[in-house]
Design a protein around this ligand. Structure first.
Ligand SMILES: [Zn+2]
Length: 114
């Protein structure tokens, strides 16, 4: 499963950072995931919880902020956000000439450590 390998790489990043900085416990990890990133948050939390037991993050809670798809339209100049995982036309004027700027990201925003 796609989310399982993401959960494992998040755990890797966390462990590396804790080892480098001398922390032994992770209390929470906050992620930013774009709506169009193709990641199911529930599946990611599930696999993270299943994989964390032998790691520094065994007590960590994975918190996920969903970033809506967003961009701007070349024709009308408007900025827009979309609830869906894809946009076919500018929601403001219907043009297909638009640029997507947000909604594909997947990054660790912060972690609380001890
Ligand atoms: Zn437009």
């Amino acid at each position: 499963m796609h989310e399982a390998s993401i959960a494992l790489s998040i755990l890797d990043v966390i462990s590396e950072r804790c080892n480098a900085e001398g922390y032994s416990t992770v209390e929470s990890v906050r992620l930013k995931i774009g709506r169009a990133a193709g990641i199911m948050p529930e599946a990611l939390v599930f696999t993270f919880d299943a994989a964390k037991h032998d790691t520094l993050a065994r007590d960590a809670e994975l918190v996920i902020d969903i970033v809506p798809l967003g961009g701007y339209c070349v024709r009308c100049g408007g900025n827009f956000e979309a609830e869906d995982a894809y946009v076919l036309n500018c929601p403001l004027c219907g043009s297909a000439d638009f640029k997507i700027e947000r909604g594909y990201e997947m990054e660790i925003v912060e972690m609380e450590v001890k």
